[in-house]
Design a protein around this ligand. Structure first.
Ligand SMILES: [Zn+2]
Length: 414
């Protein structure tokens, strides 16, 4: 294996893990408690488990004051189960430990308290105990945000602010005030002269801001830059060639904000998420369109579980594409009449075939049900194919799921 292949393998693992993690979070976020009775616990790496247990014992006592008998019972049962689960850990795993517990069947009149234990893909920073009507997922959701650093700047004629965005974290780098005069001229000045003074001062200010942007964002090797501020100044600045080419090439777009100080930066971050998400959507759309094109007029695409599997086994696949909306399983079939043994992929809601594909007599389902995603991504890993999960958030992604059952591949060769 050369280094390139190794890197590709690493990426696939990440894509796969991200998919699994996303799936789990989606499931957990859909779960609601009937009252304030779902317990979430975050334990950072290196944290003393005994302290968590002591805290839980304390919470158990306090839960005795809960008025609703059913809620009280559910919270206390959840805490008991959590304390029991923690006995299996001498210390938290390397990335820490997250536990969720609560009665999720109460709406249906059920009485079953469920427990989820997970080790997150990244180290947890916070230690917390929360009891609410839903599970506390934000710290895990943040882990799904892009890891690259983005540059943020706001500008108007009075000031400019620079910041870096990494995940949810904003690092303010610097704020610069300008000496550009206000709109009201002093008595006695001619308006033409005044205008020229203003423009000259603005130009000087933009130059300084440009130098600052070039060094701030150039040094940090940001993946993209967003420029915010009220009114047209940000556009004037961008049109004015104040940024070096490699920096201006990284400008992703502009965002209207009311402020240009740290409030303006925070305003931007709320909208920046959309821009970054937009970028991921663009990548996904491009990929799916390449696939559509190859599937219709080219010949470097293949689809359908069996075909894709065959191409993977032949080492033909460059990019394996799996829809996040896929619902499919793989079962084994065994025929006692003719000795046929085989595997078949089935839509999640379909019943297995009753007749043997070889002799037509009754056939039996054998062995364990396999997870298609698990199975195909392992094959991709073994053959150095890139793995991409396609969301169902775009029209293209939806078409990919509906029209191609959510499994496709772009081939290296035929
Ligand atoms: Zn048979």
């Amino acid at each position: 294996l050369n280094i390139k292949v190794l890197e590709a393998l690493k990426m696939e693992k990440t894509a796969k893990e991200k998919y699994e993690f996303k799936k789990l979070l989606k499931k957990l976020s859909g779960l609601k408690g009937q009252g304030t009775e779902l317990v979430s616990i975050y334990i950072p790496p290196g944290y003393n488990i005994n302290e968590v247990t002591a805290k839980l014992r304390d919470e158990y006592g306090q839960a005795g004051n809960i008025k609703s008998k059913q809620t009280r019972k559910n919270v206390q049962t959840a805490i008991e189960r959590l304390m029991h689960a923690l006995k299996h850990f001498r210390k938290p795993p390397p990335n820490g430990l997250v536990l969720f517990c609560g009665n999720l069947s109460r709406e249906a009149g059920g009485d079953k308290v469920e427990l989820f234990t997970l080790e997150p893909p990244e180290p947890i920073q916070i230690q917390t105990y929360k009891c609410d009507s839903e599970f506390f997922l934000e710290p895990l959701e943040w882990m799904l945000l892009p890891k690259e650093t983005y540059g943020l700047m706001t500008i108007d004629r009075r000031e400019a602010t620079f910041a870096l965005l990494k995940g949810k974290n904003i690092e303010l780098v610097r704020n610069m005030g300008s000496m550009v005069p206000g709109k009201h001229r002093a008595g006695g000045q001619s308006s033409v002269r005044f205008e020229r003074l203003i423009e000259q001062a603005a130009h000087e200010f933009f130059k300084k801001v440009g130098d600052m942007a070039n060094s701030t964002f150039g040094d940090r090797n940001v993946r993209g830059i967003m420029v915010g501020g009220p009114g047209p100044t940000k556009h004037d600045f961008l049109k004015g060639n104040y940024l070096k080419t490699d920096i201006s090439n990284k400008v992703l777009g502009t965002v209207d904000t009311s402020y240009t100080d740290d409030f303006g930066i925070k305003e931007m971050v709320d909208k920046a998420g959309e821009i970054v998400k937009g970028l991921e959507v663009v990548h996904e759309k491009e990929l799916v369109n390449v696939f559509f094109k190859e599937a219709s007029i080219g010949n470097l695409a293949t689809y359908g579980e069996a075909e894709v599997r065959k191409s993977l086994e032949n080492g033909q696949v460059e990019t394996l594409m799996i829809s996040e909306g896929i619902d499919m399983k793989r079962i084994g079939l065994e025929c006692s009449h003719c000795g046929y043994r085989g595997k078949k992929a089935l839509a999640g809601d379909k019943e297995p075939p009753e007749k043997c594909p070889k002799c037509g007599l009754d056939v039996e389902v054998s062995g364990e049900e396999e997870d298609i995603v698990e199975n195909l991504s392992e094959l991709a890993e073994q053959t150095g194919a890139k793995l991409e999960f396609i969301s169902t958030d775009t029209t293209e992604g939806e078409q990919f799921l509906q029209g191609f059952r959510g499994i496709g591949a772009i081939l290296r060769f035929r």
